[in-house]
Design a protein around this ligand. Structure first.
Ligand code: M6R
Length: 599
């Protein structure tokens, strides 16, 4: 989704603003985009924008230096109008008095555009965003100052937005937030604003998260946050716990591979100070005030939904009525939800519009809400009654890997903490788990499997019990980074339809681990093998599936609850290596965005 960067200050030379903006855009690339642009605002506004990636914009900058102390930049993920130079942000008014960047969707843009065109404003692009600079210009023409014109324009907007604007001849960046993330950075040599911290982490780790309905004004010397009435809001400055190196590739070819290899660390971080073996307790501080809920509803999307399926099953095993919903399908009009219901949003970014919509709906009808998220200060973290951070560290690759593993471990802790259950075998398995993840990473034969099946027509993934969500996740990872057809099924469902698709050109990945009905899954393996399908067994050696498999991806023995998490790592690696062999854009797959902030 779109990314915003803004900067005011003197970060080391007269071209510094452009450098900071370009660094910021690079730091936002992971969100997914199809065009990029910047505007620098002093003495007059200069805009450069290009369809394509940031290198295209860099070329456009070679033509001449952009001076100034204030600027804004944007990576665009198209919603209104296709990717093009004209539709790229920033957008300006007719006389280039103001330049604007926007993330989100302005739902009433058609009516606003008709109104503005009727009084003579000329539009160049097909975007919803372009109404904003014209609305601001209308305010300026009515005699308002920059800030008043900005506020008046924002007040006309319906929908979701994070907006930043610069004015010709001004050293100030103005911003507003409503249902799209914005964070301010407090630096030594100036101030920053962005959709996410990686945009400016190389300059400062001190941040202020804006809330919905808030406005910000940043100058080289000051940062002011106000509410929609203009009253100054007290803010707290937080320090980010990771640095620019954590957000880099550390020598790996891709962020995805780096993040897969960070999983042992991510798990250790997630467990830290939450499992006390001596005291025989599993506790999540932020959930301490919650008693065992009568009913739990998980809401999540994509990979996080697969983690939610796993979490719901963990709670059901402990006697709690728990269901996982796709957030986009969650509807409080048809789902029984009340003050006795605990609604848990599982979301890496904490900004996914569908998940936020579901959590807000649950809040409205009086349910208690919990965010299980990776991003400190995200919308989910701030809007839910409780938050549990999964502590995976920054995940830049669009494909979720380490955050999925961390979500699953976090949900093991949530299920134990909410029910007060202490399973000493599970706890000792958790103690060893990080080392076992490392073993899988060190000894995996996934690359050979990927080479063997890189040209397959389609890939199927099957598993039962806790392995069923991992089968879905295996397929999602395969399709999103290889662009090949892949489907995951609860193994028992295979014979109810999908078996018709199974041929000798469709490898079947079977998750066969202790505690997840291995004998029954073995039966399904035999069914597909009889139809000529190559079988790749991912197994802890709990059955004789090896005899029926063409390839075996081994995982160490662990607690049955945790085995699917290890198995998933093998599937991540297979997808990675297939995508690598096919030369795909692994970290930024086509059409996808890391943080999906539109519904
Ligand atoms: O940030 P979220 O966890 O809420 O994102 C939800 C999905 O968009 C996300 O899990 C997506 O499916 C993955 N990036 C796919 O790898």
């Amino acid at each position: 989704m779109c990314g915003i960067i803004g900067y005011v200050g003197e970060n080391g030379g007269d071209t510094a603003v452009v450098d900071v903006l370009m660094d910021g855009l690079s730091g936002l690339e992971y969100r997914g985009y199809d065009s990029a642009g910047i505007a620098v605002a002093e003495p007059s506004i200069a805009v450069r924008k290009r369809e394509g990636d940031i290198s295209a914009l860099e070329e456009a900058l070679h033509g001449g230096k952009l001076d100034g102390t204030a600027g804004i930049g944007h990576t665009r993920w198209s919603t209104h109008g296709p990717p093009s130079d004209v539709n790229a942000h920033p957008h300006t008014d007719d006389e280039t008095r103001v330049a604007v960047v926007h993330n989100g969707i302005i739902e009433n843009y058609r009516a606003l555009r008709d109104e503005l065109e009727a009084v003579g404003y000329r539009f160049e692009s097909e975007t919803d965003t372009e109404v904003v600079p014209h609305l601001i210009a209308a305010g300026l023409e009515d005699g308002l100052g920059c800030e008043a014109a900005f506020r008046q324009a924002v007040a006309r907007l319906e929908g979701s937005y994070a907006i930043a604007a610069v004015f010709a001849g001004s050293e100030t960046v103005y911003a507003a937030r409503h249902e799209s993330p914005l964070v301010l950075g407090i630096g030594e040599d100036g101030h920053y604003l962005a959709s996410d911290v990686p945009a400016f982490i190389q300059y400062t780790d001190r941040v202020i998260y804006l809330d919905d309905g808030e406005f910000a004004r940043i100058t080289p010397e000051t940062v002011t946050v106000t509410d929609d009435a203009g009253t100054v809001v007290e803010t707290s400055v937080e320090t980010i716990e990771w640095d620019a190196d954590d957000a880099g590739k550390s020598g790996y070819d891709h962020y995805m591979l780096k993040e897969i290899h960070e999983q042992p660390t991510a798990v250790r971080q997630c467990l830290r100070e939450r499992v006390e073996e001596l005291e025989r307790s599993i506790a999540v501080d932020s959930l301490a005030s919650l008693s065992t809920p009568e009913r739990v509803q998980f809401v999540a999307c994509g990979t996080s939904y697969h983690a939610a399926l796993y979490g719901a099953r963990l709670l059901r095993e402990r006697g709690v009525a728990a269901t996982a919903f796709l957030a986009s399908e969650y509807d409080t009009d048809v789902v029984p939800v009340d003050s006795e219901t605990l609604v848990i949003g599982v979301t890496q970014s904490g900004e996914t519009a569908d998940t936020m919509g579901a959590l807000r709906g649950a809040n409205t009808v009086g349910a208690r809400t919990v965010a299980v998220t990776n991003v400190v200060g995200s919308s989910a973290a701030r809007e839910c009654d409780h938050v549990m951070y999964v502590r995976a560290g920054p995940e830049i690759g669009v494909a979720a890997t380490k955050t999925f593993v961390s979500q699953q471990i976090a949900l093991v802790l949530v299920a134990s903490a909410l029910t007060g259950e202490y399973d000493s075998q599970l706890v000792s398995a958790l103690r060893d788990f990080s080392g076992q993840l490392q073993t899988v990473l060190d000894e995996s034969a996934a690359q050979e499997v990927a080479t063997a099946y890189r040209d397959a027509g389609a890939y199927f993934f099957i598993g039962r019990g806790h392995n069923a969500p991992v089968a879905l996740e295996g397929a999602l990872k395969m399709k999103e980074i290889t662009y090949k057809h892949a489907e995951g099924f609860a193994a028992g469902e295979l014979k109810h339809g999908p078996l018709a698709l199974v041929t000798d050109e469709t490898p079947v990945f079977a998750l066969v681990t202790a505690g997840s009905k291995p004998t029954k899954t073995l039966g399904n393996v035999k069914e597909v093998q009889t139809r000529g399908a190559p079988v790749v067994a991912v197994t802890d050696g709990c059955s004789d599936v090896e005899q029926y498999a063409d390839h075996v991806l081994e995982i160490p023995e662990t607690h049955p609850t945790l085995a699917p998490i290890l198995a998933n790592v093998q599937l991540q690696l297979v997808s990675y290596w297939v995508a690598h062999e096919l030369g795909r854009s692994i970290d930024k797959p086509r059409n996808l965005a890391k943080s999906v902030t539109v519904e």
